[in-house]
Design a protein around this ligand. Structure first.
Ligand SMILES: [Fe+2]
Length: 230
């Protein structure tokens, strides 16, 4: 189990095998669970409704958690029985539900109510602030690029603002389909944005451009600054 108090643990917790007490060989896998939230469901209103957050968290994210735990249990069993075909078949479920679990953990942590600093741009003196200014000129330009990438997602997917450690710590925007997450070790997700209909439809219906525009009012750039240091 883990809390989302520190999002660095979101990624590092994946594959969380813990050594059983008193045993040098046996391992006990702790199950994944929903992260704790730092705010109430309604705290991101009027930009993201409390109803959306509640359903998103208690239904959608919970389902990814449940299915990830079930998939891993099945994979452990299949591995013990050397059922290779079953292991191969389970990869899709683990990719989808594991990605959904990780992406949503990032999502909740990179939101903040306005009263808790949501929407406040990075400190210009921070390393992230300097990198954005150098590459894009302003945070607004980076947001503009991200929104253009979000608009280009066909079907369901995610946009990520990442730090590319293999490219001189540049700030880049990438998108993924479905629940695919960022697995390249060179890339550190700074901001993850959910472009699935379940993230906005109850409030914005088909006008997802309005959702993409509004959500920046509750983006936790302080968290992005912190992640940039990893
Ligand atoms: Fe979602």
């Amino acid at each position: 189990m883990f809390s989302l108090r520190s999002s660095s643990r979101v990624v590092s917790s994946v594959g969380n095998l813990t050594r059983a007490r008193g045993s040098s060989m046996a391992f006990v896998r702790s199950k994944y669970s929903l992260p704790e939230l730092d705010y109430e469901f309604s705290a991101t209103e009027p930009y993201i409704s409390g109803q959306i957050n509640e359903i998103h968290y208690t239904k959608h994210h919970q389902t990814y958690v449940n299915n990830l735990n079930a998939s891993i249990e099945q994979a452990v069993e299949a591995k013990a029985k050397a059922e290779v075909k079953k292991l191969v078949a389970l990869q899709k479920a683990i990719n989808f539900n594991g990605g959904g679990y990780i992406n949503h953990c990032l999502w909740w942590k990179n939101l903040a109510p306005v009263s808790q600093g949501g929407g406040q741009h990075p400190d210009p003196e921070s390393n992230l602030g300097k990198a954005i200014a150098k590459q894009y000129g302003s945070v607004d330009k980076l947001i503009e690029l991200t929104n253009a990438k979000l608009a280009g997602i066909q079907g369901s997917g995610w946009a990520f603002i990442v730090k590319n450690k293999a490219n001189g710590d540049t700030v880049e925007v990438i998108t993924t389909a479905n629940q695919d997450t960022v697995t390249d070790p060179s890339l550190t997700p700074l901001i993850a944005i959910d472009a699935w209909e379940h993230a906005y439809y109850l409030q914005y219906q088909n006008v997802k451009a309005d959702y993409f525009k509004a959500l920046w009012n509750v983006i936790n750039w302080k968290e992005a600054e912190r992640r940039f240091e990893f």
